[in-house]
Structures are given as structure tokens and as C-alpha cells.
Design a protein around this ligand. Structure first.
Ligand code: HT7
Ligand code: ZN
Length: 872
């Protein structure tokens, strides 16, 4: 497909001074009257350029300029929409157009979901509703009139404040909404439907009362409390941590069943995938509760980082997404215990973003070209983008960073800006030259850092030498060094931090070393003791792959004592990785290493002081998809088997120790939703799963009992997850019960789909067929499709990677089928197939063949872009 290039950016030829949209809403055909006042942009490059209005699948009914039809030849209709030539300095346009919500299975633009009408405009959905200069740097105020059947669509919502509403003849009614804030078209939203409203209020720090309204289908009205409570916590946090106050009188959230992503931050009217709103203890797990809180917070935080200050063009996507992820991570950290949120974020980054950055779809946080922008809502733009923000804070200090954010929001309020603008503010407030740091935005790939040390006794000196290298990525053969903040501490034999100073510096017990060259040496003087261990990359201070060549004893010491939760977890992860690597590379277990790991784990299980949630997190081995990154190419089925075998081997001798902890966790199913209560449930479920994996005979009946007695979804799913890899009657009994209980509850049924599709128990293809035939399955609902196909590709190595290629062919077929309905979701689901160079050559060739089969078909631009990059 034809690419768009950052270097081609030009300011819009016209600004839109105001916009009125009248919707005559109906599912089969909706007529839209668009009235806009346009004026030539003084910043435009060409003084007499035409006005470009994008339109995608929209029917043009009529068009006038200042009340008259444009003269012959002035209005041109092409593949991208409309081009209007010969406009004067200022003009008023009126366009009548038509779109067809009911036929919209793409779920971009205006579409129908469960009988309601709703919109999704980011990034380029507005042009599927009407003709408009649909680009993020065209900001204007909106007045929106909605008219619809009163019985079918009693609720009519749009952005801003409702200024008028009333009844009309013929069973119809209307509402008029005005949004006083400038916004780009991607933040437009409307909803028309039969929805129940749960209300609350929030008083802002300046004493204004904001109405909070959560719209759901009536039968879900009892699952809204958590979302509303989360919203209020997020609003308070943004005030306290970032000084940001909400600006409209009402904040609305609508839950939608058919939704391509998690949620959308439309001004004052967020639309949410129902999965990230609805929760009750019976239907949602603790993980679901936490995810809901974090998505609600994310969308709320966008009100400043995204809406008040938005992106100039889509290359700047991380300006809002990286910053907003950073802000939601800070919020969740505030709600959870002991640094575990950081560990979860790092685990996610390693399992998903690092592979993306090392594969054929790698791209910089600020890409410089794209064929389809929908494919750039990636882990790199979001999660790595958030890491860049965190590194900036580490480099300039918390207070300066906070000041910088204030300046950023104030200076650019109501504007569409760039990541360079953001970094420039941080440079200005800190007085630092951050130009070298900007390489993080333009260079793809995960840097590899090597650390070497030498010491000369107590009272003596230490030297740390760090080197860095970033491997090539598509289109970027040669890489420059980046600025890496490396947080380190030295620990003594009791696990206490050692003090020292750098030449001319103060005595400290923790340092942030700034590695900005290919190789650098850092010297420390007057160490208070000789170090037993070095705690590296504390808090995961930079998104790099570190090789510090630490011995097993040193890692065990860190695992036992480090006061940095990330570093403690990392010590265990390093040990697990080393054991797996040895099994794969030497075809045999390193028994001494594994015995040492078992010993360290035993000590951890005896440690009464460790927080339950941290223990639960440390005990978990890395997932296969992260482990695959250790190797050039690997047989994924074997890797999974070795991982599971290592888990079994390590935990078999520890079943007694695990059993002994369990009674202390007997009271966990108590309906409490504090971080501590959730952490204890997490540990209880982890121990159960590890005991089942370690073939503890008592564990299976315990899982059965836990399921039967469960009063919460967390404990029910804990039991199911524990037995889901067992070819055992218990698994079938529990799954059958679960399906019966929840077959009419789509969001919970998705959990059943995931368990069945993600299990490696024999018969995976038959189960897959049965799920796709299940009355609760629908190809047009992205949640259902993701619930089945996602876990099959992510966790069911045995079937997805079956050596005859059956798994790849099946998935290729499903992607093809889905692409005809929903290209955005299809292109995402195709991504596991793009990793063909990472799997052993036999399988890799079969994967590639499937990609080539798809490439020969007529597929969407979204899917073609992914396939072409994968095959390049
Ligand atoms: N800013 C949003 C990104 C988005 C999206 C959301 C829903 C459906 C389709 C979408 N395409 C892009 C979500 C966010 O980051 O908050
Ligand atoms: Zn976002």
C-alpha cells in the first residue's frame, strides 16, 4: 500500500472555525447535514490550495458553498473524498451525506451494536460518517443535533453539554449538544440507544460539581459500581498527582458490546468496550477489576493528555498514548502494593513489546511512515512510549518533570503538537540538552546493555563499565547509542545498601548512571563495605536487555534481600531464563543450577516477611513468548514443554512448603477488594496452580472444592486455570459446569472460550471447531473472536504450532474470513503469523506459506500492510 510520510507533513490549507452536525439517525441509513465555516490557514504552504475533505464510503447527497452549488469543476470527488477548489478567504459549506450504520461491520465510523447506534472515530473513522478535513490538527467547536425514533433510541448523547431536547412528530425526538472545547474530529462521538444510566457526582478541587453518568444496557445496571468508583479515584488522582482538573459539567461513559479496542476518550463522552466497564464479584476476576480501573483511568487522563493537548499528526500518536499510559501506570502503582505493578508492566513489555521491537513489525515510538495508521496502535507506541516518559522523569528529576508537565499543558492547551514539543519543554525546564535523548523516539529496537565490574576491597574503589548496542530493525540497519539511565546499588552480605561516592559527588547508596555512549566507565570511591551483590536496573529504569553476567549466588542473594521489588523479581527471572537456555542449548538440564534455584525458592516460601502478591509474582516462570526472545530461532512446542518441565521439576520438591502456606490463605474469598486482599487471592491461586503443575495429588481435589465453594469469579477461575492443562475428568467437569452457568453471559463466556482454546490438552482443533459453533460465538463481535483465537495462538503452542502447519492454516483462514468484516481486528489477529523467522525453519516455512497465500488474495489495506511487512 501507498505510505504516508512524516516529512511530507504540511499544515492544513483551511481552518474550520465552527461546525454543526445534524443527524437524522436510523440504523439502515443515517443522513448527516454538515455545516462548517472555513477560513484559509495563514500557515498554509500554498496560498490558493484546495480544501481536502476526506470521505470513506459516504454517499454525497448535496453540497453548497455560501448557499450555492459550486461551479462546474470546482468540486472534485476522488478515492479519498472531496476536493474543493477556488474557495475565497472564508466560506460556509453545507454538505448533506448518508451512511449506513447497520452494514458497518468494521466498527469504525457510525455503527450499530446490540440495537444501539454509536461511533468510533479515532484515528480516521469520522470520514466514514461525513466529508470533513478529518485530521488531528483541524480543531473546532461542535454543535450536534441528534434526531431519532423515541422508542428505539430514548437516549441521545454527544460531546459536551446538552443545551436543548424535545419531542417531535411521528414518534421522534431530538437533542442538541454543544462542546465548548476545541477538538479534532477523532474525538467526536454520538450514542443513540435504549440504555440505563447509573449516576454519581464528583466535586473538583476548585469546588465544581461534575455529573458522572454511566450508560449500560438495563440488565447490566448492577455491574457499574466499580467503574464509577474507579472514575472518581482517577479524577482525584489527576488532581493530586498532576494538578489536572476536569473541565465540563458532565462526564459520560457508555458501555458498548461490539468494540475494536478497549475504550475511547471522546471529549466528555467516553465509549467503552463493555469488558472494561461491567464487573461484579460473581462475573469478574480481581484482574478484571484492576484492568477496568486502569482503562477507566487511562481514558479519563486523556482529557488532558490527548484532548486538551492533542497530536499534530498520527506520527505523534505516542505524544498522547505514551504519556497517558505513563499516567495510568502511576495511578495503578498508587493503588497497588510493593512495586508489583512495575513488575507486571515489565513482564508485559518483555512478553509483547520486546518481541515486536525485534520482529518484522518493529518501528520507532515516533514512526516516520505508515501505510495504515490503525496498525500503529502498538505496544511500542503505547508501552515503550510510556517508558520514554519515565526515563525523562528519571533523568531530570521528579519535581522538574512535574513542572515541565504543567508548562506543557498550559503552553499547548487547545493545540495539536508533536513529541519534539514535549521534549523541548522538558529540556527548557531542566536546562538540559535532551537532543541525544530524542533518539529513543526515532530509533526502533531494544538496546542490549552489558555490565562489567571490578572492586578492590572495603574502603576501596569500584568500577562499572557499561556498553550498549541496538540490533538492526527493518529500514534501520545502523543504530546510534541512546541515553540509558541505569539505576544501581551495591548490597552487602546482609542485603543492606553500601555507601560510596563518585568523584566529586556526595555519599549515596543508590545512583542513576547515564550511559550515553557505546561504552562508558563509572568509578566509585570509598565504598563502606565490599559488595556481595549489585542491584542493577532498579525499578527497570530503562527498557533494555541487560546482561550483567551475575553468578548464581549473587542472584540468589538479590532474590533473598533486594529492597527493590523489580530487582528481586528479576533475579528469579534471570535464574529461570538461564535454566531454560541451558535445557534448549545443551539439550540437558543444568542440575546444579536447578538445585540452586529450588533452594532459593524454598527459602522464599519460608520467608514470612514477603508480601503475598510479590511472592506470587516471583514464583511464576516467564511465558514461552518471552523465552523465545532468548534464541535466534526456536521450536516453540519444545520450548513450552521445557518451560513446563522446569516448572514441574522445581516445584515438585516444594509441594509440602506450598501446602503449608495455604491454610494461611483459607479466608481469602472474603469479598474484600483491597490490594492486600487481591494479593492474597493471587498467591492462593498461584500456589494451587503450581501444585497441580508439580503433580501434587492433593491439589486436584482441592481445585474442585475451591471451584464448588467459590463465592467469587477470582476463585472460580483460579481453580479452572489450575486444572486447565490436565487431561483429567476434573477439567471437563468444571468447564461443563462453567459453560452451563454462564452461557448467556457473553463477557464471562469469553473466559470459557479462552480456557478451551488456550489449553494444550489433546483435541485442540475439535475444541476450536466446537467453540466457533457455540451459540454464544459471533464473528462480528471482536471480544468473542479475540477470546477464542487469541489464547489459541498465544498459549496453545501444541496446536497452533503443530508441525504439519494445520494451526497456521486454520488461523490464516480465520484471518481471511474476519478481514472481510473487520480489517482492523483481522490485522491484529494476523500478527502471531508474522513471527515466522523466530520459529524453527520447518514451521517457519509453513507460516510463511500461509502469509503468502493471504498476500495473493484481495485483502484489506490493514491486513496487506501487516503481511507485506512480515514478508519483506
Ligand atoms: N485512543 C484510543 C485508540 C483507538 C481506539 C479505541 C477504540 C476503537 C478503535 C480505536 N482506534 C484507536 C484508545 C486509547 O488509547 O485510549
Ligand atoms: Zn490511550
Amino acid at each position: 500500500p501507498l505510505a504516508v510520510y512524516l516529512n511530507d507533513y504540511q499544515p492544513p490549507a483551511f481552518v474550520v472555525e465552527s461546525l454543526e452536525l445534524d443527524f437524522d439517525l436510523a440504523a439502515a441509513a443515517t443522513e448527516v447535514t454538515t455545516r462548517m465555516a472555513v477560513r484559509r490557514n495563514p500557515e498554509a504552504v500554498e496560498p490558493d490550495a484546495p480544501l481536502r475533505m476526506y470521505g470513506d464510503g459516504v454517499e454525497l447527497v448535496s453540497f453548497t458553498v455560501d448557499g450555492a452549488k459550486p461551479a462546474e469543476g470546482l468540486l472534485e470527488q476522488d478515492a479519498e473524498g472531496l476536493l474543493l477548489h477556488g474557495l475565497p478567504e472564508a466560506a460556509r459549506l453545507e454538505i448533506v451525506s448518508r451512511c449506513h450504520p447497520e452494514q458497518n461491520t468494521q466498527l469504525e465510523g457510525l455503527y450499530a451494536s446490540s440495537g444501539n447506534l454509536c461511533t468510533q472515530c479515532e484515528p480516521e473513522g469520522f470520514r466514514r460518517i461525513t466529508f470533513f478535513p478529518d485530521r488531528p490538527d483541524v480543531l473546532t467547536t461542535y454543535r450536534v443535533r441528534l434526531e431519532a425514533d423515541r422508542v428505539q433510541y430514548p437516549v441521545l448523547l454527544a460531546n459536551g453539554n446538552r443545551v436543548e431536547a424535545g419531542e417531535l412528530d411521528g414518534g421522534r425526538h431530538y437533542a442538541v449538544w454543544e462542546d465548548p472545547f476545541l477538538k479534532p474530529s477523532y474525538l467526536f462521538a454520538l450514542v443513540a440507544g435504549d440504555l440505563a444510566c447509573q449516576r454519581d457526582t464528583f466535586t473538583t478541587m476548585s469546588g465544581r460539581e461534575v455529573q458522572l453518568e454511566l450508560y449500560v444496557e438495563a440488565h447490566n445496571a448492577d455491574r457499574c459500581d466499580h467503574a464509577l468508583a474507579s472514575l472518581k479515584r482517577a479524577m482525584r488522582f489527576d488532581e493530586e498527582a498532576f494538578g489536572r482538573e476536569y473541565d465540563l459539567d458532565v462526564y459520560m461513559i457508555v458501555a458498548v458490546d461490539d468494540f475494536n479496542m478497549g475504550a475511547m476518550e471522546n471529549k466528555g463522552l467516553n465509549l467503552f468496550n463493555a469488558k472494561y466497564v461491567l464487573a461484579s464479584p460473581d462475573t469478574a476476576t480481581d484482574d478484571d477489576f484492576v484492568a477496568i480501573e486502569s482503562v477507566i483511568a487511562h481514558e479519563y487522563f486523556h482529557n488532558w493528555s490527548g484532548n486538551r493537548v492533542t497530536c499534530r499528526d498520527w506520527f505523534q500518536l505516542s505524544l498522547k498514548e505514551g504519556l497517558t499510559v505513563f499516567r495510568d501506570q502511576e495511578f495503578t502503582t498508587d493503588c497497588t502494593l510493593f512495586g508489583v505493578k512495575r513488575i507486571d508492566d515489565v513482564a508485559m513489555l518483555r512478553a509483547f513489546q520486546f518481541p515486536e521491537d525485534a520482529g518484522p513489525l518493529a518501528h520507532p515510538v515516533r514512526p516516520d511512515h505508515y501505510a495504515e495508521i490503525n496498525n500503529f496502535y502498538t505496544l511500542t507506541v503505547y508501552e515503550k512510549g510510556a517508558e520514554l516518559i519515565r526515563m525523562l522523569r528519571t533523568l531530570i528529576g521528579r519535581e522538574t518533570f512535574r513542572r515541565g508537565l504543567d508548562v506543557y499543558f498550559e503552553r499547548f492547551d487547545g493545540q495539536a503538537v508533536t513529541t519534539d514539543d514535549f521534549v523541548a519543554v522538558m529540556a527548557e525546564v531542566s536546562g538540559r540538552n535532551l537532543t541525544p535523548f530524542k533518539r529513543w523516539y526515532t530509533q526502533a529496537g531494544t538496546p542490549r546493555v552489558t555490565a562489567a565490574t571490578s572492586f578492590d576491597g572495603p574502603g576501596g574503589q569500584a568500577r562499572i563499565t557499561l556498553t550498549q548496542e541496538t540490533p538492526p530493525t527493518p529500514g534501520q540497519e545502523h543504530k546510534e547509542p541512546v541515553v540509558i539511565p541505569m539505576r544501581v546499588a551495591f548490597l552487602d552480605a546482609e542485603g543492606r545498601r553500601i555507601t560510596a561516592h563518585q568523584k566529586g559527588g556526595e555519599v549515596q547508596d543508590e545512583w542513576v548512571l547515564e550511559l550515553s555512549e557505546g561504552e562508558q566507565t563509572f568509578r566509585f570511591e570509598e565504598l563502606s563495605d565490599s559488595p556481595t551483590a549489585i542491584s542493577w536496573l532498579r525499578g527497570f529504569s530503562a527498557p533494555v536487555i541487560l546482561n550483567a553476567n551475575q553468578g548464581v549466588d549473587e542472584l540468589a542473594h538479590l532474590l533473598a534481600y533486594d529492597d527493590d521489588a523489580f530487582a528481586r523479581w528479576e533475579a528469579a527471572q534471570t535464574l529461570f531464563r538461564r535454566a531454560i537456555r541451558s535445557r534448549i542449548e545443551h539439550d540437558a538440564a543444568d542440575t546444579a543450577l536447578e538445585a540452586a534455584i529450588e533452594h532459593a525458592l524454598a527459602a522464599l516460601l519460608r520467608d514470612d516477611a514477603i508480601e503475598p502478591v510479590l511472592l506470587a509474582t516471583i514464583l511464576q516462570l516467564p511465558p514461552t513468548r518471552e523465552l523465545a526472545e532468548l534464541f535466534e530461532r526456536v521450536d516453540p512446542v519444545r520450548l513450552r514443554n521445557e518451560r513446563d518441565d522446569l516448572e514441574k521439576r522445581l516445584y515438585m520438591p516444594l509441594t509440602d512448603a506450598m501446602q503449608q502456606i495455604q491454610p494461611k490463605l483459607d479466608d481469602v474469598d472474603n469479598g474484600a477488594f483491597t490490594a492486600e486482599a487481591m494479593g492474597r487471592r493471587q498467591l492462593r491461586n498461584r500456589l494451587l496452580a503450581l501444585r497441580v503443575a508439580a503433580r501434587d495429588q492433593a491439589a486436584v481435589p482441592e481445585a474442585l472444592a475451591q471451584y464448588q465453594k467459590a463465592r467469587s469469579q477470582t476463585m472460580r477461575m483460579g481453580a479452572l486455570n489450575a486444572v486447565n492443562e490436565l487431561d483429567h475428568e476434573a477439567r471437563q467437569v468444571l468447564l461443563a459446569d462453567f459453560e452451563k452457568r454462564y452461557r448467556d453471559d457473553p463477557l464471562v463466556l469469553d473466559k470459557y472460550f479462552g480456557l478451551q482454546a488456550g489449553s494444550q490438552v489433546a483435541g485442540g482443533f475439535e475444541r476450536l471447531d466446537a467453540l466457533l459453533e457455540h451459540p454464544g460465538f459471533r464473528w462480528t463481535n471482536p471480544n468473542r473472536v479475540r477470546a477464542v483465537l487469541g489464547p489459541f495462538m498465544a498459549r496453545n503452542e501444541r496446536h497452533f504450532h503443530q508441525d504439519d502447519g494445520e494451526g497456521y492454516r486454520r488461523m490464516g483462514g480465520f484471518v481471511e474470513k474476519l478481514d472481510a468484516m473487520n480489517p482492523q481486528t483481522a490485522a491484529r489477529l494476523a500478527q502471531p503469523l508474522t513471527r515466522w523467522r523466530k520459529v524453527d525453519t520447518g514451521r517457519g516455512e509453513q507460516m510463511r506459506a500461509e502469509l503468502e497465500r493471504l498476500a495473493a488474495l484481495e485483502v484489506s489495506r490493514d491486513l496487506r500492510d501487516v503481511i507485506e511487512r512480515a514478508l519483506a
